[in-house]
Design a protein around this ligand. Structure first.
Ligand code: COA
Length: 215
C-alpha cells in the first residue's frame, strides 16, 4: 500500500493537519490534453514516468530538502507511481501532476497539489528531475500548476513552503510571482527533524486570474 503522506511530502513540506472536509473537495480531473505553455506540460502520470521518479528519489537535493524515503529504490518508485496514478480517483489524496516535455512527453519532474488545508487553500510541493534543472522548468511548472488550481479547483490561495536554506526553491517561487510572507518557526518535520519554513503565497489577482465565488 503506497503511503500518500510520505509520497507527497517528498515534493514539499509535510501536511500541517487535515482541515477541510474531504467530502467538500471539488472533484478534480487531470488536465487532458496536457496543460502547456509550449515549453513544459502538466499531465497525469503514466507508467513510463517510473524511471524519472527513481532518478528523482535518488537525487541528493531531493533527499536533502524533502521527505523522500532513504534509501529510495525500486519498491519506493513503484509505490510512488501507484499513488500518482490513483490519486485522481480518491479525494483524500493529494493530486500529482507530472511535468513533461511537450515535444517528447519525457518526464521532467512533478508538482503535487495538497488539499488537506483550510478551505480554499492548496499547497504545492515540487521537484524537477536533476537532468532538467536550471533552465526554468520548475518556475514554469509551478506557475502552470497554480493557475490550474485557481481555474480547476477554485483555489483562493496557493501556498508553498521552503526551507530557508533552499535557495533554488525560493528563487523559483519569487520568479513564479509568489509573495514571501515570512518564516514559520519549526513548522514542519523533514527527515525526522523539525525545521523553520518560509511561507509563500500566490493569489488569483497576482496572475490576473478570476477570484473564486467566495472571493
Ligand atoms: C528547487 C527546484 C525545483 C528548482 O527547479 P529548476 O527547474 O532548476 O528551477 P528554475 O530553473 O525554474 O530556476 C528557478 C530559480 O532558481 C535559480 N536556481 C536554480 N538552480 C539553482 C542553484 N543550484 N543555486 C542557486 N539558484 C538556482 C534559478 O536561477 C532561478 O532563479 P532566477 O529566476 O532568479 O534566475 C529543483 O532544484 C529541485 O527539484 N530541487 C530538489 C527538490 C526541492 O528542493 N524541491 C522543493 C522543496 S520546497
Amino acid at each position: 500500500m503506497p503511503n500518500p503522506s510520505a509520497g507527497h511530502a517528498r515534493r514539499g513540506a509535510a501536511a500541517a493537519g487535515s482541515m477541510a472536509a474531504v467530502a467538500d473537495r471539488p472533484r478534480a480531473t487531470p488536465p487532458d490534453p496536457p496543460l502547456t505553455d509550449g515549453v513544459v506540460a502538466l499531465r497525469r502520470a503514466v507508467p513510463a514516468d517510473r524511471a524519472g521518479l527513481l532518478e528523482d528519489g535518488r537525487d541528493p537535493e531531493m533527499q536533502r530538502w524533502t521527505n523522500t524515503p532513504d534509501p529510495y529504490g525500486d519498491r519506493e518508485a513503484d509505490e510512488e507511481l501507484a499513488w500518482f496514478l490513483s490519486c485522481w480517483d480518491d479525494p483524500a489524496k493529494p493530486l500529482a501532476l507530472v511535468v513533461a516535455d511537450p515535444a517528447t512527453d519525457r518526464y521532467l519532474g512533478a508538482v503535487v497539489v495538497m488539499r488537506d488545508r483550510p478551505a480554499g487553500i492548496v499547497e504545492l510541493g515540487y521537484g524537477v528531475n536533476p537532468n532538467a534543472r536550471g533552465r526554468g522548468v520548475g518556475t514554469r511548472a509551478v506557475g502552470l500548476a497554480a493557475r490550474w488550481a485557481f481555474a480547476e479547483l477554485g483555489a483562493a490561495r496557493v501556498e508553498a513552503r521552503t526551507d530557508p536554506e533552499n535557495l533554488p526553491s525560493q528563487r523559483l517561487l519569487a520568479a513564479a510571482g509568489f509573495t514571501r510572507e515570512g518564516v514559520e518557526r519549526k513548522s514542519r518535520v523533514i527527515k525526522g527533524r523539525r525545521h523553520d519554513m518560509v511561507c509563500w503565497s500566490l493569489l488569483p489577482a497576482d496572475v490576473g486570474a478570476a477570484p473564486p465565488p467566495a472571493g
